[in-house]
Every structure is written in C-alpha cells, then in structure tokens.
Write a protein that binds this ligand. Sequence first.
Ligand SMILES: [Cu+2]
Length: 283
Amino acid sequence: MSFQTILSFFSFSSSIAFCDAPEAWQLGIQDPATPVMEGMLFFHNYLFFFLIVIGVFVCWLLFFVILNFNEKSNPVAQKFTHSSSLEIAWTILPAVVLLLIAVPSFALLYSLDELIDPAVTLKVIGHQWYWSYEYADSSALFSKLDDVVLDFDSYMVPTTDLVKGSFRLLEVDNRVVLPINTHIRVLVTAADVLHSWAVPSFGIKLDACPGRLSQTSLFIKREGVFYGQCSEICGVNHGFMPIVVRGVSFDRYASWYFKSIEDIISSLSTKEESHLIELLKKN
Ligand SMILES: [Cu+2]
C-alpha cells in the first residue's frame, strides 16, 4: 500500500494537501514524493520502535535498581559476580537488534545509488548565492550550437516582491520543471564554494563541490511544488538561495521544454537560426 493510499484512507476528504514546504513549529518530516523518501520515512519510524522499546526498558531498569538496591531496602549485598546465562542474553539480544536495523538500512542505502536508465538529466550548479540549472538533454541535442542550451538562473524572490500566499525565503523567480513518474538523473556541482542541493520531499541532500560532478537519481511520484534550501553553509547569503521544483505530467513537461527551446531559438539572430535549421536537417 502506498503512502498516499494510507493517507487518503485516514483523511476525511478525497483530496489531500501534501506538505512539501516547511510549516511553522513543524516537528515531523515533510511528505515524501519519491520512493526513496518513502523508504527513509519508513526507516525513521521503524527505528523509533526500537528506540522507544530500548528507552523504556533502560529507564525501567534504572528505576528498579535505584529503588531496590540501596542500603536502606537491601542492607546485605549479594556476593555473586557472574551469570553466564545473563551475559549470553545481553550479548545476543543487542546483536539481533543491530542486525534488524542493519539489514533494512543497507537496503535503503544501496537503493539511493540506484540509477535506472534516466530519461531526463538535470544539471544543478551552485553559485554564491543562487542556483543555476541546465537541461543536459538540450545541450546533447544541439551540442554543435552552444547557444541553444536550456539553462537558467534561479534567484530567491525578495520579501518585498512576494505575492500573497507564497513562502518567504523559499520562493524563486525561475522554478525547475521536472516530469513525474520518470527516471531523472540529477548532476550536482558548484562554481565557487561548497553548496548542497537539498529537497526534503525528494529525500535528496547532495553536496555541490566545485570541480566535482555528483550524481543522484530522482523519481517523483506525484505532481506538486517542492521546496528546498541550500544545506551547506556557503557564505553570507547562504539562507537566501532556495530551491523550487515543480513536478508535472510528462506531457506538460514536454510542452514546457519545447516552448522554452522555441523561445531560445526565436531570440537568436537570423544567421544563427539558419545555421541551427541546417544542423537540425542534417541530424
Ligand atoms: Cu549555502
């Protein structure tokens, strides 16, 4: 059963508003939008089970010892120093608990590295203090013509320019558009200092290192607007370089993509345009 199905089961209305941005006084995790984040949420809750059981047991043991083994209630101390059966139990039981944690943890860890034949590649470049994005497929398609690359900078919208209802310090002027139910490759790098591209709903927090290209996979399961922030302190405006990703159906993504390419081509000079048309005819 998917996370959404469980959610819709417990909600009274059929439509659910997902939490893809931080809320005031939020304690829990934002709603997952990728299988990886669903796995992380499951693992988080799974760990909590062991945490509570062990916490209650240790507290009970401490309380029990303080209550019973003091000079007042137990004036004559026992003389034994060993108990083989107890030692075997308190060695094996924690080992079993560790094993129960390790197995799903490794499964989740290796699933983060899984990259299944991506249909879309997004290149993310961190700058002081904004993100720039490049749709690498466009540059591959028009590799001979450097001008036709779908890329843009994404700056935070300052508080004074915000429209009613948008998030302060989280909204950007150019949102990233990505298709849902599609395997996406995200390549992350930086132009100046360390940054970190982090979107909680996706379960992604990937360091952007200058001179290095880090890679991760992304599979968005539902439509929505997903908010994130730079998560590696990178200078004075570190808190003012948010990330906004819009997840849309593949059809809408394709029409947005080709519209953007068209806009770039129409902004070219006629000489470059004819050169491009020639190139397209050749391919
Ligand atoms: Cu930063």
